[in-house]
Design a protein around this ligand. Sequence first.
Ligand code: FAD
Length: 317
Amino acid sequence: MQFCEYIKKHDNPFVTFEILPPLKGQSINLLFDILEQLMEFNPPFVNVTYHRSEYVYKKRENGFLEKVSVRKRPGTVGICASIMHRFNINSVPHLICGGFTKQETEDALIDLHYIGIDNILALRGDPPKNEREFIPEPDGNNYAIDLIRQIKNMNNGIYLEEDLKNPLKTNFCIGVAGYPEKHFEAPNMHYDMKFLKAKVDAGADYIVTQMFFDNKKYFDFVNNCRSMGINVPIIPGLKPVTTKKMAQTLPKVFHVEIPEEFYNEIDKCKNDSEVTEAGIEWAVKQSRELLEFGVPSLHYFTLETSKAVAEIVRKVF
Ligand code: FAD
């Protein structure tokens, strides 16, 4: 089912979870165990992230370093199919521009459509590690908006190959990313919002936000969107902080702020199990306030925090 249709038909708020494929060579069973536990909360959708290849240097016998391309977390499409099959719920694959030509994107979309997937979170993707700038493939999509246009075209039966007979129309509901604290590359908030509006005007049906730890940032973002005429659902993305290390790395990796009050609480903790308690409490407070605000659903990032996420959802719903 399409995410946008589901929201229209359901008045009660619901939860969705975001998971990562396992590292290459690892079993899928650990992921299934995590999902098994999260099924307690009846998520109608589970998002599965997509990870592009990155370059690493491998030392060869002759002592030289060889630059090789590796994909550390393959399997997004297969995992989406098995989630649908195993749990009888919808999966939302993330699809990125990075590393794909438009032709490869078209083929991926055809695969997803044949599997019965109706939703895509359309993203540009980050530059590969150790590279400063995002560079698209020679015949690839440059920004998320270009990917949205390609998906929209296929929803209208327009493929790259122009002379197909009676081309099938796909039926994807398109989600996009939004940044209450601004995307890190954008010189200012207004610039970023202008392109977010362009993504919605190009056909995005809903927005999922980057994680944030200060609800005021989300409320301001929503008000900003509404005043610019962005009227699609804006789903807040939440993540609990469960270790002191996370309190340092999340701001660096995701360009988000940990409010002083929360950071001071984390700082007082004697060990990570105390941090987990504080992180759960903070996320419960955030979740309850967001529900009072009237959000249609809450989206939880589960990487390394699925137990804490389960505890939060149990307390909130
Ligand atoms: P875009 O919307 O294309 O924006 C990128 C930057 O370019 C922004 O600064 C924007 O202001 C600017 N911009 C946009 N359009 C234009 C234009 N036409 N001209 C000039 N500037 C423009 N990454 C992954 O690799 N895999 C995932 O599975 C994944 N999942 C995510 C899930 C969520 C909920 C979120 C919030 C992010 C996720 N990301 C993922 C990260 C995302 O790929 C990065 O943040 C990436 O740097 C930007 O992607 P975007 O789709 O927001 O890009």
